[in-house]
Design a protein around this ligand. Structure first.
Ligand code: PEP
Ligand code: MN
Length: 365
């Protein structure tokens, strides 16, 4: 897989879970200063300070960001907190302005990740520098678009990369502002080894309540940090007022989270090794059973071929699905898991048998 530098190697002195906090939007020098002061007072100094300078609003007419002027106010953050600054860039011009103003880290927003032209334009504008880039997941749950955006930065020589998981828009599920779809960040971590994913509970939940719960879930799943929108006066924020928390609340949230230690940093204990050996053994047994099951499936396939029966028989399928799901649920396996597992096994069975029919046909011809 493509080599990239992890956050600890970005040269910014960052260690442990990466906590990014700051307002949705930079509004005024006074606002930035007040947030910094309250962070200090509450003894909650994040790893990086975030502020939206250009705001990608879904519909025109609301506050679209203060623009370059806001970047000058980041000096206030350096003065009070002395931490790296990160802002969102949505096009090449933003990227150039961010570079000119010594922004430490840039991020690409969800509405930009969906657009390969815009991502490429930003990558080209940043080429030749070694600025770290964080890529938010696209609005829609398309893992390739997310990976593709990271690859575009990698391809121009930017290797300090990380991803941000901010959830996915969903027309039907209104429990969240953006549905977390936890399998997506996990899958990104599987296919791009070592890629760190920072969770953004603020844009997932869309309101203050629930940020702690999502943050804890992210840590339980093994994600690598949090981006939490923080404002000294959330109710009067110029954007995303409902979801921002005060520095005092940020402190409470961070104190309440049970942060997990990265496994690699620990010698796995004997107990963990034993349990893993047990799982390895059971996986071997599962594979043996599957092998036997498919051998029988092949015999059924031969029978269907002989008797000119189609491979897919909906009554049988319905019965298998219902009875196995019920049995699985009784064994404390979720219905969703049972259905996915059975679809997967059945799909493979049908494909094998159809292949047998085709091979038999070609022998006849
Ligand atoms: C933001 O971080 O304020 C933002 C606009 O996020 P997203 O791109 O996730 O919508
Ligand atoms: Mn926001």
């Amino acid at each position: 897989m493509k080599e990239h530098k992890q956050i600890k190697d970005w040269g910014l002195g960052l260690t442990g879970p990466t906590i990014i906090a700051g307002p949705c939007s930079a509004e005024s020098p006074e606002q930035i200063e007040q947030i910094c002061i309250e962070m200090k007072e509450n003894n909650v100094i994040p790893s990086m300070f975030r502020a939206g300078i250009w705001k990608p609003r879904t519909r025109p007419g609301s506050f679209e960001g203060i623009g370059e002027e806001g970047l000058k106010w980041m000096e206030i953050v350096r003065h009070h907190l002395n931490i790296p600054i990160t802002v969102e860039v949505g096009n090449a011009a933003h990227a150039e302005i961010a570079l000119r103003n010594n922004v430490d880290v840039v991020w690409v927003g969800a509405r930009t990740t969906v657009n390969p032209f815009a991502v490429q334009e930003i990558a080209d504008a940043l080429k030749g520098t070694d600025i770290p880039v964080m890529v938010k997941n696209p609005m829609n749950p398309d893992l390739d678009l997310w990976i593709g955006a990271l690859e575009r930065f990698h391809a121009v020589g930017l290797t300090k990369l990380a991803a941000i998981h901010r959830g996915f828009s969903d027309a039907y599920d209104k429990r969240y502002r953006n549905k977390p779809n936890w399998s997506m960040p996990m899958h990104l971590k599987r296919v791009w080894t070592g890629m760190e994913v920072i969770n953004d509970p603020s844009h997932i939940v869309g309101k203050r309540d629930g940020i702690l719960e999502i943050s804890q879930k992210a840590m339980n799943f093994g994600l690598d940090g949090l981006m939490i929108e923080t404002h000294h006066d959330p109710d009067n924020a110029w954007s995303d007022a409902k979801q921002q928390v005060t520095p005092a609340r940020l402190k409470e949230i961070l104190d309440a989270i049970d942060f997990k230690k990265p496994l690699e940093s620990e010698q796995p204990s004997e107990r963990l090794n034993d349990l893993r050996r047990a799982v390895d053994h059971m996986d071997d047994q599962l594979l043996d059973i599957l092998q036997e099951r498919f051998a029988v499936i092949d015999q059924i396939g031969a029978h269907k071929r002989e008797h000119h029966l189609p491979v897919f028989q909906s009554d049988r399928w319905k019965d298998v699905m219902e009875s196995r799901t019920q049995k699985g649920v009784a064994k404390n396996l979720s219905e969703k898991f049972m259905k996915e597992l059975l679809y997967c096994i059945h799909e493979e069975s049908v494909k094998r048998q159809e292949k047998q029919l085709r091979e038999a046909d070609s022998v006849k011809k």
